[in-house]
Design a protein around this ligand. Sequence first.
Ligand code: HEM
Length: 151
Amino acid sequence: GKDKELIRGSWESLGKNKVPHGVIIVFFVCDRLFELDPALLSLFHYSTKCDSTQDCVSSPEFLEHVTKVMFVIDAAVSHLDDLQSLEEFLLNLGRKHQAVGVNTQSFTVVGESLLYMLQRSLGQEYTAPVRQAWLNMYSIVVAAMSRGWTK
Ligand code: HEM
């Protein structure tokens, strides 16, 4: 109930200026991600030389992946009433991440990046209940992805 309203409300205000905000958001997420765990850089296969975090962050491969993450978050926001319907998709997505060598703990870093981005973009609207609502939704997404892991 309340969580859904908070998530929809904050996602709506973020989406109002999609193009200019989208660019800023992508850079916040990248910066934060690699500040927290630079080892994740090596998992992306870059077509251009990546000598620094900055090179990688502005590479097409990385920007494309952030766009993919945002697509999944957007899908979760629009399926808040029926997250169960994304179960199969998320399970397969988890499977693909295991295949490329990601471990489930790394999803925490992406979650922190997402919260960081929301905090920076929402300003005053980023309240404790908003933070908790997003954390809850992200946990559901990550739990579903993690079920795709096989031993
Ligand atoms: C694909 C890395 C977290 C969504 C990929 C690929 C890599 C990768 C190397 C394959 C190449 C590519 O498509 O760019 C990572 C790492 C993560 C992470 C290192 C954590 C630190 C996430 C999260 C989501 C996500 C949390 C969504 C909530 C996707 C999607 C694809 C993808 C949608 C495309 C899958 C497909 O081809 O069907 N990821 N990923 N990733 N990732 Fe991630």
